[in-house]
Structure formats: structure tokens, C-alpha cells
Design a protein around this ligand. Structure first.
Ligand SMILES: Cc1cc2nc3c(=O)[nH]c(=O)nc-3n(C[C@H](O)[C@H](O)[C@H](O)COP(=O)(O)OP(=O)(O)OC[C@H]3O[C@@H](n4cnc5c(N)ncnc54)[C@H](O)[C@@H]3O)c2cc1C
Length: 262
């Protein structure tokens, strides 16, 4: 049995093509937004994409382009706060981030896939990937209980030994075993792995979804592993896009947003 920790790696974030944006803005008379870019006032691609999508909606690059708009906010933080406050959350759907969630259990993955809109999931296949050990996360309170740890290690050790025995019994490493047969048996063998087995997935979510899931999954009523992972995701997102995650207050690990369900 290998003791592991759930980990979060942010592996992809938005990158804007400012040449294309400039060409578009010249077309619609929104050059003043370009000047803000040149002055270095807009240095966060994720936030810029949300702002761009919002301004396109009202043609609010500068006053007068839309005769109904006589003044515009030029401070990005205030602009995005207004998006959150007015629940104009669809503009946040353009801004996606991809995470590798490593050493998370199948308890975790069952729960995270319940969040559907705005997500993409690629999960390690335990039909293809044969288990030869049972990596496992123990929360601190469990680690501090020697009798529990002794019994858990013995049980997991037995399950690992059974995996190895089955692989040998089915002759999976003998020459000439067709891959479909390996897959068939590997899928049978995974049934003897506990839900706590550590595995992984790539999880992509847009900012609207991230705001909702960070709140829901750090709630005190949520499961402890998912609370841990979404607390980490919350910290990452607050650093990545402070104007879109700066309204959260963290109370005993619970991320409570200033604006809900944007
Ligand atoms: C503390 C906790 C305990 C839970 N316990 C259980 C449990 O015991 N059993 C169980 O089965 N599940 C349980 N869940 C999962 C829960 O029921 C949801 O399936 C999961 O949290 C996904 O969240 P969501 O419904 O907000 O949907 P998401 O997929 O995250 O969607 C975001 C939002 O989009 C809207 N939306 C999404 N899909 C639809 C739709 N089809 N129609 C209309 N609006 C939609 C809703 O406003 C929704 O909140 C639990 C979740 C939590 C946080």
C-alpha cells in the first residue's frame, strides 16, 4: 500500500490573440480598449477574455459607440465585479482552465462528474490500466489512529496481493495474450479495488462552473477529500483571476462567495 496525497496541477489557462482582438476592435471603433492594453492595465488573459465578451454584448468599448451608453467603467476589477453582481455569468463561460487532479479517489471522481455544464473530463481507465498496487489517501485524523492504520494497511496489502495473484493466475504477462483479453480481465480485477484507490483525471471547467463548484464542494457538508481538492482549486483560481474570485471569504475551509450563482 502506498500512501498518497491528492494533488492539483493547473495545466492550461486561456491565452488571447491580441493581434486578432486589435483587428476586431479597429473594425468596431473600440481602440480605446487597445490603449488600455498598451498602458499595461489589462495584463490578465482570463480576466481580459471575460471583459471582452461582456463589452461586446453592450458595445461598451467607449461611450457613444452604442448611443445608449454614455459612460463606461475603465477599471477592470470594478467592471468584472459588476458582471458578478448583475449575474451576467454567461460571459464567464468563455474562460476555461484545465487541471490534472492527481491521486484522487474514485469516491472523489464519482462526485466531481456530477457537475456537468461547463466541464470536460478524461479519467484514467482502470479497464486499460492494470492495478499492481492500491495507492491510498488517509486524512490526518486517520493517520493518528495506529490501530486503524494497522488494520487498513493489512487489508490493502491483501487486496494488492490478490491483484498480483489474479494477474499471474490469468497469465496476463505471458506472451501472445491479446489486448482485448487483458482488458477483459483487467476490468474484472478492478472490481476488487476499493473506492478509495487513488487515480486521476483531467478536469476542465469554465469560470462560471468553477465558481459554483468551489462553493458547493468546499461547503462544510461536502465530503472531506473533495473539500480538500476544491480548496486547492480555489486558491489557484484566486491567484489566476483575482477579479473573478476575490469576492470569496474562506471560513473554516468553506469558500463563501459574495455573489452566488452568477
Ligand atoms: C453536500 C452534497 C451532498 C450530496 N449528496 C448527494 C446524494 O446523496 N446523492 C446524489 O445523488 N447526489 C448528491 N450530491 C450531488 C448533487 O445532487 C448534484 O448532483 C451535484 O452537486 C451537481 O451539482 P448541481 O446540481 O449544482 O449541478 P451542476 O452540474 O454543477 O450544474 C450547475 C447548475 O446548473 C443548473 N443545472 C444543471 N443541470 C441542470 C438541469 N438538468 N436542469 C436544470 N438546471 C440544471 C443548476 O442550477 C445547477 O446548480 C451531493 C452534493 C453535495 C454538494
Amino acid at each position: 500500500m502506498r500512501s498518497v496525497e491528492p494533488e492539483v496541477f493547473l495545466v492550461a489557462r486561456p491565452q488571447l490573440d491580441y493581434g486578432a482582438i486589435a483587428a476586431y476592435l479597429r473594425e468596431v471603433g473600440g481602440e480605446s480598449w487597445l490603449e488600455r492594453l498598451d498602458r499595461g492595465e489589462l495584463d490578465n488573459d482570463a480576466q481580459n477574455l471575460a471583459e471582452l465578451a461582456g463589452r461586446l454584448c453592450y458595445r461598451s468599448w467607449e461611450p457613444g459607440l452604442n448611443p445608449n451608453v454614455v459612460r463606461v467603467r475603465t477599471d477592470q476589477e470594478k467592471y468584472l465585479q459588476n458582471i458578478l453582481a448583475s449575474a451576467h455569468g454567461s460571459v464567464l463561460e468563455h474562460v476555461s482552465f484545465s487541471f490534472v487532479l492527481h491521486n484522487v479517489s474514485r469516491v472523489f471522481t464519482h462526485e466531481v462528474v456530477r457537475h456537468r455544464p461547463g466541464t470536460a473530463v478524461s479519467q484514467e481507465s482502470l479497464r486499460f490500466v492494470r492495478l499492481d498496487e492500491i495507492p491510498f489517501w488517509f486524512p490526518d485524523w486517520a493517520r493518528e489512529d495506529p490501530e486503524l492504520m494497522k488494520r487498513a494497511a493489512a487489508l490493502l496489502g491483501e487486496l494488492e496481493a490478490f491483484q498480483l495473484w489474479m494477474a499471474d493466475h490469468f497469465g496476463l504477462d505471458e506472451g501472445g495474450v491479446p489486448f482485448h483479453e487483458k482488458k477483459h480481465k483487467t476490468s474484472f480485477m478492478r472490481r476488487f479495488a476499493p473506492e478509495g484507490v487513488a487515480t486521476g483525471l483531467v478536469w476542465t471547467a469554465n469560470i462560471r462552473t468553477l465558481r459554483h463548484t468551489i462553493e458547493a464542494r468546499t461547503d462544510p457538508g461536502a465530503e472531506e477529500e473533495i473539500r480538500l481538492v476544491f480548496g486547492k482549486i480555489g486558491e489557484i483560481m484566486r491567484a489566476e483571476a483575482p477579479a473573478l474570485f476575490g469576492d470569496y471569504e474562506v471560513r473554516d475551509g468553506a469558500w463563501v462567495p459574495g455573489w452566488r450563482k452568477v
